[in-house]
Design a protein around this ligand. Structure first.
Ligand code: SF4
Length: 98
């Protein structure tokens, strides 16, 4: 029987292919609600793809091209913080392994 090598998480994620819908983010952060609820730090912590970051001006940055479409941010964000939908057809992540 052949041995199946799974590799590290980083190695497995490197097998993904991304079709980026340039200029059309499928994720928007309501900065006022995020600031009022403190949701920014939560989003930064939970996203496995490090999509969210703290900008120099204190707002929450969104690197939507890296999104794995896992839905974790939607599950934990307080109401009104996120507007999220799947990328347009044929856009976004295509999983090749795992
Ligand atoms: S759906 Fe998953 S990968 Fe995409 S931004 Fe939310 S937590 Fe990150």
């Amino acid at each position: 029987m052949a041995k199946y090598e799974t590799g590290t998480v980083v190695q497995r994620l490197a097998g993904n292919v991304y079709e980026v819908d340039e200029g059309n983010s499928h994720i928007e952060v309501n900065q006022e609600v995020a600031a009022a609820t403190g949701a920014g730090d939560l989003l930064i912590r939970v996203c496995p793809a490090h999509v969210y970051s703290r900008e120099a001006d204190g707002t929450i940055g969104v690197e939507y091209a890296a999104c794995l479409e896992c839905g974790t941010c939607l599950a934990v964000a307080p109401p009104g913080v996120l507007t999220w939908h799947y990328p347009a057809s044929s856009m976004g992540v295509a999983f090749r392994e795992g």
